[in-house]
Structures are given as structure tokens and as C-alpha cells.
Design a protein around this ligand. Structure first.
Ligand SMILES: NC(=O)CC[C@H](N)C(=O)O
Length: 335
């Protein structure tokens, strides 16, 4: 299988992970360099299984790095709105862990990798946990079924307010994306029913699928993703608003499930090359967390076969190397 991250040579010497990001001018220059380096890439294919997503332009490309001190560095179309899609998964898992406790969330969902595509039914059949991991559809729909609230409206408010606190601004759902996916998400409806049959669905399966489809249709920008990622990097405190969205001990669990399955069946390749927890979405977004340092948000719609943004992965790998973010690089020692 074509492995995206092997497409080109590594960008250069890997900087060694240190306590913080380099100075603002250096980060600014590297974010611009990443944009210039990967803007000409034309590999990948825009998602079309959700019909409205097919209208995205392949040349859209935006990047943003948010440091834990709240400094932001952006390049290209960092303010273009797109639907968050699967990048909602870690943040909704975080909100559910905050409401129920990480232990209970783990019991109800599971935290192991499936090694299979994000919407795999085989993964449910083959594994005793069924739901497996909150980063794939089965685990994500089960996670959404745990959202507290007496009514659908209360649950939706919990989701939208929680995602907005991570971003530090009021987010809104894209009604056209929601309608397009709601009309074509029979597979996710099936997954929710299958989980119900296995006792791994914690509210009505149609309600859970509808709420999940709504959370995936929330609009964000690359800049929002960087701030949301920086909130996880900062132990649960949004570095721009200083709002504590999540307790630090829950934050570390969210990063663990992202590292395990954030890029689906290519999570191993990703961790091997980039060395950071990340999460992709089919609209072309990608969020990556450098714990204690900051968040990276990228947007570029063309995807590889696993549904991960091609330019997003390349630009993030470049920045991980150049900024010395790889969590495992410190094992090599300085110099
Ligand atoms: N990988 C993704 O971003 C998938 C999200 C999409 N809403 C789905 O469930 O199919």
C-alpha cells in the first residue's frame, strides 16, 4: 500500500526535543517554510462519500501553530472554515471523560488500536471490546452516546459548548454538511445498531448517530484546531482564554488514545515518523499535540487512502522535525 510519509526524504536533521518551542520569530519562519514547501504537492483525493465535501478545492491549504503561551503563527488559509469531522472525536472523548471519569469511559469504550479503517465493521466483530477506541467511528459513536443530558437538545448543547471552549470561541454547525451526511450515513447507523446488540451503546442508537453526525459537522479553521490542540498540550487549559476545559489527568488519557489510533490504520507510521499524538478528519483537517509545548492545526482537503490529509501530514512532520517536537527524539540525547 502507498504510504504517504515515505513519499519524500525526511526534511533534514531532526532537532532534539527540548522544554519549549523555539522563539516566536523562528516558529513564524518555519510555519511559512512548511507552507511554501508543501503548497505545490498535488497527491491525494478530496473525500466524496459525504457528497457536500466533494465541493472542496484541492488547493486550499492553511497551517497554524499555537504555543502554550497563547502565541499563534499562521500561514496560508488558516481562517477558512471546514467541518471538523473526526477531529471532534478526541475532544468529545475528553468532554465525556471530564463528565464521567476516565476510568468509566475506558470501561465503556476501550483504548486499543483496531488497525483497521475508521468505519470498520470487521473491527467490531473481531474484537471483544467491540467499540475498541474512541478515535474510530464505533468508539466515537459510543462515546457520544455517553454524553450527559436529559434531552437531545441538552446533549447537543453540551457538545457544542464543550467544543467551543476548546477553540476559545463560539463554534457553529454547518447545516449543509450535517444534512448531506445525515442523508448518507446508513453505515454509521448500522454500526450504532450493531453496538447496541453487543450492549456497547449507552443511549438510543439513532440519537447517538444523529448527535455524532452533528458534532462532525461543526465548522472550525486551522487556527481553531491549533488552539484546541494547544489546550490538550497545556494540560487542559486553553492558552488563549485561560479557561480550564479539562483536568490534566484526563488530558493525558486523551493524548494516549490519539497516539494509538488518531490516524487509524496508519497510526503506527505516523508515530514512527512524527512522534506526536494527532487526529485527522475527512474534510482535510489535522490536529497534532506537542505536550507541554503547543498545538498544530492544518487544513488541506486531498486525503490518502486511510482518509488522512496528505499535505497536513507532510507539513506536520516537517514542523515536528524542525521544531524538535518528536516525543521520542529526546531519547537520542542532545547533539
Ligand atoms: N474520518 C472521518 O473524519 C469520518 C467522519 C465522518 N463524519 C464519518 O463518520 O464518516
Amino acid at each position: 500500500m502507498h504510504r504517504l510519509l515515505h513519499l519524500e526524504e525526511a526534511a533534514g536533521p531532526t532537532a532534539v526535543s527540548t522544554g519549549q518551542l523555539p522563539g516566536a520569530a523562528a516558529v513564524e519562519g518555519l510555519v511559512r517554510a512548511a507552507w511554501e514547501r508543501y503548497a505545490p504537492v498535488t497527491d491525494g483525493k478530496v473525500a466524496d462519500y459525504i457528497p457536500v465535501l466533494a465541493a472542496a478545492r484541492p488547493d486550499w491549504f492553511g497551517l497554524c501553530v499555537a504555543a502554550v503561551d497563547g502565541t499563534l503563527h499562521a500561514a496560508g488559509e488558516a481562517d477558512r472554515a471546514f467541518s471538523i469531522q473526526s477531529i471532534s472525536k478526541p475532544f468529545v472523548f475528553a468532554l465525556v471523560c471530564q463528565a464521567l471519569g476516565g476510568g468509566r469511559a475506558r470501561e465503556c469504550i476501550g483504548v486499543n488500536a483496531t488497525g483497521l479503517p475508521f468505519n470498520s465493521v470487521m473491527a467490531i466483530e473481531l474484537n471483544r471490546d467491540r467499540t475498541m477506541n474512541p478515535m474510530v467511528n464505533a468508539g466515537a459513536i459510543a462515546t457520544t452516546s455517553l454524553v450527559p443530558g436529559r434531552t437531545h437538545a441538552e446533549k447537543w448543547r453540551f457538545l457544542l459548548e464543550g467544543l467551543s471552549r476548546f477553540a476559545g470561541r463560539d463554534l457553529a454547525m454547518d447545516a449543509a454538511v450535517y444534512a448531506s451526511e445525515a442523508a448518507t450515513n446508513q453505515r454509521n447507523q448500522g454500526i450504532a445498531r450493531l453496538l447496541q446488540g453487543y450492549g456497547r451503546m449507552y443511549c438510543d442508537p439513532d440519537e447517538a448517530t444523529d448527535l455524532y453526525t452533528r458534532q462532525c459537522a461543526v465548522n472550525v479553521t486551522a487556527r481553531d484546531l491549533a488552539v484546541m490542540g494547544a489546550t490538550l498540550a497545556d494540560g487542559g487549559v486553553n492558552p488563549v482564554t485561560r479557561d480550564r476545559v479539562l483536568d490534566a489527568d484526563r488530558c493525558q488519557r486523551v493524548l494516549a488514545v490519539m497516539a494509538t489510533a488518531g490516524l487509524y490504520e496508519q497510526s503506527g507510521d505516523w508515530l514512527y515518523e512524527v512522534g506526536l499524538p494527532g487526529k485527522s478528519g475527512v474534510a482535510g483537517g489535522l490536529v497534532t499535540i506537542a505536550p507541554g509545548k503547543g498545538g498544530l492545526g492544518t487544513f488541506s482537503p486531498p486525503l490518502d487512502e486511510a482518509g488522512n490529509s496528505v499535505r497536513g501530514q507532510l507539513a506536520t512532520r516537517f514542523l515536528s522535525e524542525q521544531l524538535g517536537l518528536n516525543l521520542f527524539a529526546s531519547a537520542a540525547g542532545p547533539g
